[in-house]
Write a protein that binds this ligand. Structure first.
Ligand code: MG
Ligand code: MG
Length: 251
């Protein structure tokens, strides 16, 4: 079932989303060589809990053990923070974070360069951000979920990259994962119709190489099958009468 949020619920999600955006900015500012992903996780958890009523969405969700998902290089999503995972110059790290506030969630992700990355790596990050922006722009009343996926796919594939198929964006609200599923590929005018009050997480996962994925023995970390780099950018977006509204932002 697709849930429609009231104006008040959307404001609560925007308040959660602001904490999410501030968390990503804080963590991003600490992404540098020799930092561990566990340090980033502690930073994020302390910051989120410093806001009255706010809690990390991920901790305990499907038994995930941490506040952040931290996915390095060929890791696509769901990497588990660890004191053993040290960032190195030239890496990329995808940080995914959710916040629960007053009964509602917000969800966002970004991929950060560690120190200096090669130009082809910087381009992957730029294109994935562009793909997210193109998807968000389609989140308008009267459009369909397929319009979002189509826009994301066009940007990624024109750049020569591939789109992860098995992992998708999602509705979000009182539950972290709600209907509809929001794939990062698709055909215009297909899928559920978008109406004002829908809130969805749009989250392209784009690989430099092939689209194939596999899950590591830890049962969480999803990596590219061919070992190529992958980037992930995500916003929680409300469909409004005035077009898409990004909720995971500080502005
Ligand atoms: Mg996320
Ligand atoms: Mg999500």
């Amino acid at each position: 079932m697709i849930t429609i949020k009231s104006a008040r619920e959307i404001e609560t999600m925007a308040a959660a989303g602001r904490i999410v955006a501030e968390t990503l900015a804080l963590v991003g500012g600490h992404v540098r060589p020799d930092t561990t992903t566990e340090e980033l996780d502690h930073l994020a958890e302390t910051f989120i809990r410093s806001h009255p009523g706010a809690q990390p969405s991920f901790k305990g969700l499907y038994d995930f053990p941490a506040t952040l998902c931290t996915s390095i290089n060929q890791e696509i999503v769901h990497g588990i923070p660890s004191h053993k995972r040290v960032l190195h110059d030239g890496d990329i790290v995808s940080i995914d974070v959710g916040v629960w506030l007053e009964g509602l969630h917000a969800d966002s992700a970004a991929t950060f360069p560690v120190g200096d990355v090669k130009p082809e790596v910087a381009r992957l990050l730029e294109v994935t951000q562009e793909a997210l922006a193109a998807g968000v722009a389609q989140a308008r009343a009267g459009n369909h979920v397929g319009d979002i996926g189509h826009a994301v796919q066009q940007v990624a594939e024109r750049a020569g990259y591939s789109v992860v198929r098995e992992l998708v964006g999602h509705g979000i609200g009182a539950s972290f994962h709600e209907e509809p599923q929001v794939p990062n590929y698709g055909k215009p005018k297909r899928g559920p119709r978008l109406v004002p009050g829908m809130t969805i997480a749009i989250e392209p996962m784009i690989n430099i190489g092939g689209s194939g994925i596999r899950t590591l023995d830890d049962k969480w970390t999803v990596v590219t099958q061919d070992g190529s780099l992958s980037a992930h950018f995500e916003h929680t977006v409300a469909v409004t009468d005035n077009g898409p509204r990004i909720l995971t932002t500080v502005s």
